[in-house]
Structure formats: structure tokens, C-alpha cells
Design a protein around this ligand. Structure first.
Ligand code: I22
Ligand code: ZN
Length: 196
């Protein structure tokens, strides 16, 4: 297939996935936005984590809370657990890669906080360990996943929200995750600061 046709195929697949996902995840995004806004209103913060492209999404989300999304408003408390290379490398080196997020959750997390756990497969051990650590700290979890939800789906409880993208393609799932992240930012702003 020539480059032009490959590009068109990616665009068509992405459009199709977003169309399909819209019906599947709208309610869960609304629930997650409400949960996060309530946490922030209660002086809580949002911790976020993920691997690879999802680490980028974790940082994208935290930056839009700390700085701003579209509305002029004060910064909101958020921490991406994917950025501090000294912390990440020392935990991986001294303990294991699986603990790079969970050890941070245990150090930073409080019951009024929320963890945004991002994994297209739902089977990344370090993200799932962070989910368990968040529960130990009494925190609620918003899971951004895909495929069959992976092992992460089985870790979630009543207070948690799962936003599972109905696709088996990692890149397509990530493209919907980013759209969901922007919806969450908008819902938080609307909930906390009203009107556009
Ligand atoms: O961004 C991509 C693929 O589009 C990759 O970097 C991807 O994030 C990595 O393979 C991750 O390790 C996948 O982890 P997960 O989404 O299954 O938790
Ligand atoms: Zn990617």
C-alpha cells in the first residue's frame, strides 16, 4: 500500500473507532468527570500514570489541570507519576519496574485523591500495582483502558470508573483516550467554574 493510502486508512480507522466509542464511553466519561471534580472540590488531587504513549497522556492530562485546558482559571492539583526520572529509575533499580508508580501512590496519595490509570491493554503490571496501591490509600480510580479491559478491569471496585475503548488496536485506543482526557478537562472546568 502506498503512503497516501496508508495515511487514509489510519484516518478512516481512527474516525470509525471514535464514532463507535462515542456511544460506548460517553456515560463513563461523564461519571469520571463528576468523580474527579468532586475530588478536586474536596481539596483532593489527581494522580496519573501509564506507559509509553499512555505516559504521554498522563502528563498531558496533569499539565492541563495544573496550567489550564480552554478556560481561564486557577491551576488545579495534579501529579503525573511518569516524569521524575530519578524517582522512576531508583525505584526500578532498587525494587522493580512494577513498583515505579505504586510506590509513588503510597507516598503521595490520600483518600480524597483520584488515580487516573491509563493502559490500552489493561495488563501493564506497574499500572495495575498503582490501582491496588490507590485502593490501599482509600482512593477512587478512573481506568482508561481498551481491548477486554485486561487484568485492570478485575481490580476495579464500586467507587471506580472504567472508560474502556471498544477496540483491539493500541494506537486507535490511545486516540480515543486523548479525546476522553480533553472531555474530562472540560467537564471538570464546567463543574468547578461553570459556563465557558
Ligand atoms: O504508544 C504506543 C503504541 O501506539 C506504545 O508506546 C505503547 O504505549 C507501549 O507499547 C506501552 O507499553 C503499552 O502499554 P499499555 O497501553 O498496554 O499499558
Ligand atoms: Zn502511541
Amino acid at each position: 500500500m502506498n503512503p497516501h493510502d496508508r495515511i487514509v486508512q489510519h484516518f478512516h480507522e481512527s474516525i470509525r473507532t471514535k464514532q463507535m466509542a462515542m456511544d460506548a464511553v460517553t456515560e463513563s466519561i461523564a461519571d469520571a468527570g463528576h468523580l474527579m471534580a468532586q475530588a478536586l472540590q474536596a481539596e483532593g488531587k489527581i494522580l496519573s500514570c501509564g506507559n509509553g504513549g499512555s505516559a504521554g497522556d498522563a502528563q498531558h492530562f496533569s499539565s492541563e489541570l495544573l496550567n489550564r485546558f480552554e478556560m481561564e482559571r486557577p491551576g488545579l492539583p495534579a501529579v503525573a507519576l511518569t516524569t521524575d526520572s530519578s524517582t522512576l529509575t531508583s525505584i526500578a533499580n532498587d525494587y522493580s519496574y512494577e513498583e515505579i508508580f505504586s510506590k509513588q501512590v503510597r507516598a503521595l496519595g490520600h483518600p480524597q485523591d483520584v488515580l487516573l490509570a491509563i493502559s490500552t491493554s489493561g495488563s501493564s503490571a506497574n499500572v495495575n500495582a498503582a490501582v491496588n496501591a490507590a485502593h490501599e490509600r482509600g482512593m477512587a480510580v478512573v481506568a482508561l483502558s481498551g481491548k477486554d479491559g485486561g487484568a485492570m478491569a478485575g481490580l476495579l471496585g464500586e467507587r471506580d470508573v472504567e472508560i474502556r475503548v471498544p477496540s483491539d488496536t493500541t494506537a486507535r485506543i490511545q486516540e480515543v483516550h486523548l479525546l476522553a482526557i480533553h472531555c474530562l478537562c472540560d467537564l471538570i472546568d464546567q463543574h468547578l467554574f461553570g459556563g465557558a
